[in-house]
Design a protein around this ligand. Structure first.
Ligand SMILES: Cc1cc2nc3c(=O)[nH]c(=O)nc-3n(C[C@H](O)[C@H](O)[C@H](O)COP(=O)(O)OP(=O)(O)OC[C@H]3O[C@@H](n4cnc5c(N)ncnc54)[C@H](O)[C@@H]3O)c2cc1C
Length: 456
């Protein structure tokens, strides 16, 4: 089969690239290859009863399939250059913001109308934070919620299914250069195209590495963020989340000068397992539908670690720490803040006696046996700093789940068009290492689609 464009990966990057390609030129022959399932077949077997923890499915339905890693996410589309990726370094701040706004319009058109857009502009919490040595980052956040996010994906699929050839459950094994373009090799056959967009996200990071090696594309990996997911009664952060929904707060520690930040805040949400390449880490989400909401809010506290020469495997470092928690706890470990401070492990009875009900069943244990001292010290310092703007954060019963790791894909060398050294081979989304969010990944898809459409 010959295509004008083949897209590898049906996450937000791939979906928005496909959307924009067929919008710009309906005559383009476009195919999308996805190792995971179609949206309606995506189901994580963990039901809390028969299957209580991850059973390592062949393809993880949380991370893979139509919608990518974002399909069951909280659907928070951050419209900002302050976090979520460094797309602006390639395409400019103005264009990056315009594209994120464009993505927002499409999300509204396909089912997201009526959802709330929060903004930090003019917020009184900015002052409160700065008075306490904390920094609230500027952003607008469209909160679709897990349920509406799914509806938007369904509508986008319905819109695309007759315009684009989708190949689900079809991992691409290799991309080879041909005289006029690229050969996409899968178990089911080989396909040719003039342009190839690779958008394989975090779950495709290892595969991306092999492709870069085979095609001689340079890469760099120097950053990883490691920390815990904090869960506390929703009332503790209600004054912030009611107004801002998602607040990104950054702090520099006194002790080491390390940067710690809040990440992925889920008011009235649930803590969930995440499986990345067989390693179980923790994440969180929340629903727009009040019936599915909980009494707790959760968010990650992450310490950024940048490595310098000669160490180049920052993800390997993060994976080793996550493996350690898996080794000790058989998965994710949960500990009460009070127990951590007292230097003792949490036990099931201490968790049961707490004034908060955990939303994830994790193994009670001791995070100080898992996290390096420097990282743990940073987290504890930040919890006390947050306690000043949200009293109750440093309560004995505050739950810490570990570990949460934010793996940054190695950065792949691309130019300002997001094109690799090989003409017609574009690398976008989280798999490029340039984006780390729904909005930036989607915007990168629209950007390359327009670049390709200009050539036809
Ligand atoms: C639980 C959870 C909650 C999140 N919440 C948010 C949030 O609220 N806001 C936010 O901004 N971000 C959130 N994120 C991150 C967000 O989902 C990602 O930044 C975003 O999905 C990246 O999009 P992408 O298209 O680059 O990659 P992905 O969404 O990861 O999609 C890549 C796709 O490529 C496929 N693939 C990989 N390798 C191959 C191959 N060899 N062949 C074929 N297909 C392949 C994968 O199966 C996957 O479906 C969350 C992530 C998780 C896991």
């Amino acid at each position: 089969m010959n295509y004008d464009v083949i897209i590898v990966g049906a996450g937000p990057g791939g979906i928005f690239a496909a959307y924009e390609l067929v919008k710009a030129n309906k005559n383009l022959k476009v195919a999308v290859f996805e190792s995971g399932h179609a949206l309606n077949n995506r189901r994580c077997p963990i039901d809390g009863e028969k299957v209580k923890s991850c059973i390592n499915c062949k393809t993880c339905s949380i991370m893979s399939g139509f919608g990518g890693a974002g399909a069951f996410s909280d659907g928070k589309y951050n419209i900002t250059n302050n976090f979520g990726g460094t797309l602006y370094e390639y395409i400019g701040k103005k264009r990056a913001l315009e594209l994120m706004q464009y993505v927002d319009e499409i999300n509204l058109k396909y089912g997201g109308e009526g959802t709330k857009l929060y903004t930090t502009a003019g917020s009184r919490f900015k002052t409160l934070c700065i008075q306490n040595d904390l920094h609230l980052l500027d952003a607008s956040v469209r909160h679709l919620g897990t349920d509406i996010n799914f509806v938007v994906l369904q509508n986008l699929y319905n819109h695309l299914e007759n315009k684009v050839d989708f190949y689900f459950d079809t991992p691409v094994q290799m991309v080879e250069k041909t005289e006029n373009g690229y050969k996409i090799i899968t178990e089911k056959g080989e396909y040719l195209c003039n342009n190839c967009i690779i958008s394989v996200g975090r779950s495709g990071s290892k595969w991306m590495e092999t492709v870069c090696e085979a095609l001689n594309i340079s890469t760099e990996s120097t950053r990883v963020d490691i920390g815990v997911r904090v869960e506390l009664p929703a009332t503790v952060f209600a004054h912030l989340t009611d107004e801002l929904y998602e607040s990104k707060i950054a702090y520099r520690t006194d002790k080491y000068g390390d940067k710690v930040r809040t990440f992925c805040m889920n008011p009235k949400g649930s803590v969930v397992n995440e499986n990345t390449n067989g390693i179980i880490t923790v994440n969180g989400h929340s629903y727009e539908d009040p019936a599915k909401q909980t009494e707790n809010t959760n968010f990650a506290l992450l310490v950024s670690k940048h490595f310098s020469e000669p160490f180049r495997d920052s993800n390997g470092y993060g994976e080793s720490i996550a493996r350690l928690s898996n080794m000790l706890g058989g998965g994710v470990i949960v500990q009460r803040f009070g127990d951590l401070i007292r230097g003792r492990r949490s036990t099931q009875s201490r968790i049961d006696e707490a004034f908060i009900t955990p939303t994830l069943q994790a193994t009670p244990g001791d995070l100080s046996l898992v996290l390096p001292k420097r990282i743990l010290d940073g987290i504890i310092e930040m919890i006390y700093a947050l306690d000043k703007v949200a009293p109750g954060t440093a309560n004995e019963d505050t739950l810490l789940y570990g570990v949460e790791v934010k793996f940054y894909n190695m950065e792949v060398a691309v130019d300002k068009n997001l094109e690799s050294v090989h003409k017609g081979l574009y690398i976008i989304g989280d798999g490029s290492g340039i984006t780390h969010s729904l909005s930036h990944a989607s915007a990168s898809g629209v950007f390359v689609a327009r670049k390709i459409a200009e050539k036809h």
